[in-house]
Ligand binder design. Structure first.
Ligand SMILES: C[S@@+](CC[C@H](N)C(=O)[O-])C[C@H]1O[C@@H](n2cnc3c(N)ncnc32)[C@H](O)[C@@H]1O
Length: 100
């Protein structure tokens, strides 16, 4: 297979993977809850430890522009906006973005 054909095949696979992922998250984000976002019924408890831990691992972002990919219902977005200069939170599921 030449490079152009390989690139085309990879492009098709990426589109198929994105469709599969989107379909998965459409199915799993119906409730718009932290449990759905973390795929765990104990999410409320886990979130109490996980959220501060993840935020503490970020590089300094005070006053900076932050791009949050796969933001879900905004579990981290609310914290990020307190410190960042600007936050762009993105998700491919429209309903979760409306919840943010
Ligand atoms: C495990 S959830 C985590 C949500 C949020 N970051 C949190 O920690 O609560 C993953 C999120 O990423 C989104 N997502 C996954 N792949 C994506 C893609 N290719 N483009 C945009 N959003 C995506 C899903 O729709 C879902 O809301």
């Amino acid at each position: 297979m030449d490079a152009a054909a390989a690139t085309a095949v990879n492009g098709v696979l990426e589109v198929e993977e994105r469709k599969a992922q989107k379909s998965y998250w459409e199915e799993h984000s119906k409730d718009l809850t932290v449990e759905a976002m973390m795929l765990d019924s104990r999410a409320a408890d886990l979130d109490k430890e996980e959220r501060p831990e993840i935020l503490s691992l970020l590089p300094p972002y005070e006053g900076k522009s932050v791009l949050e990919l796969g933001a879900g219902i905004g579990r981290f977005t609310g914290e990020l906006v307190k410190t960042a200069g600007h936050v762009l939170a993105m998700d491919f599921i429209e309903s979760v973005i409306k919840k943010v």
